[in-house]
Design a protein around this ligand. Structure first.
Ligand code: IMP
Ligand code: MG
Length: 182
């Protein structure tokens, strides 16, 4: 499809809204069978905000009542290649000591972002830290980390939509798609 704001850009749909909604319910059901006592859900901003908003409501329907706090982390800047260093733009406010944590992110790629976030929470004495990502891109993994819950395995392509951006554009798209370079 072509979007009004970017009429010259062709975006091929990879995961449509219905497929994502169905998968969110399945993920919530899976998550609800794990350790959920005193659960604190921490979406990693900004890319996960749409996924996290939908998944949180699915978690409610699955019977959970988590608290929610946010990390804002940056590893990409405005480009399309990870720079390898992770910066905390906004830290979690909650005391995570002794708590079960669910980290939510849009994409697990090199793994640096989530490894950084998980290590930090473990160092702050969280009881457990589980990871849920919408997309797993296993081809460029640089550190030894896997997600506990994965929406979809994603090919090694630059994707946008459903909160995921290219230089701050395309987050509003209700699906995940690939920007075609033509
Ligand atoms: P990594 O696992 O530390 O390499 O970083 C994953 C982060 O890189 C994601 O949370 C996104 O913010 C960003 N990222 C990775 N792949 C893509 C993509 O295809 N489109 C947009 N952002 C991406
Ligand atoms: Mg991110």
């Amino acid at each position: 499809m072509r979007t009004k704001a970017h009429p010259a850009t062709q975006i091929d749909v990879l995961f449509d809204a219905g497929k994502i909604a169905d998968r969110n319910q399945e993920l919530a059901a899976e998550i609800s069978t794990g350790e959920t006592e005193n659960l604190l859900v921490i979406p990693v901003l900004k890319g996960s905000f749409v996924f996290a908003a939908d998944l949180l409501r699915s978690l409610h329907h699955a019977g959970l009542a988590p608290e929610v706090d946010f990390f804002s982390l940056s590893s990409y800047g405005a480009g399309t290649e990870s720079r390898g260093e992770v910066k905390i733009l906004r830290d979690v406010e909650s005391d995570v000591t002794g708590r079960n944590i669910l980290l939510i992110d849009d994409i697990l790629e090199s793994g640096r972002t989530l490894a950084f976030a998980k290590d930090l929470l473990v160092a702050r004495q969280a009881k457990s830290v589980r990871i849920c990502v919408l997309l797993d891109k296993p081809d460029k993994r640089a550190v030894d980390i896997e997600a506990d819950y994965v929406g979809f395995e994603c090919p090694d392509l630059f994707v946008v939509g459903y909160g995921i951006d290219m230089a701050h554009s395309f987050r509003e798209l209700p699906f995940v798609g690939v920007v075609r370079a033509d």
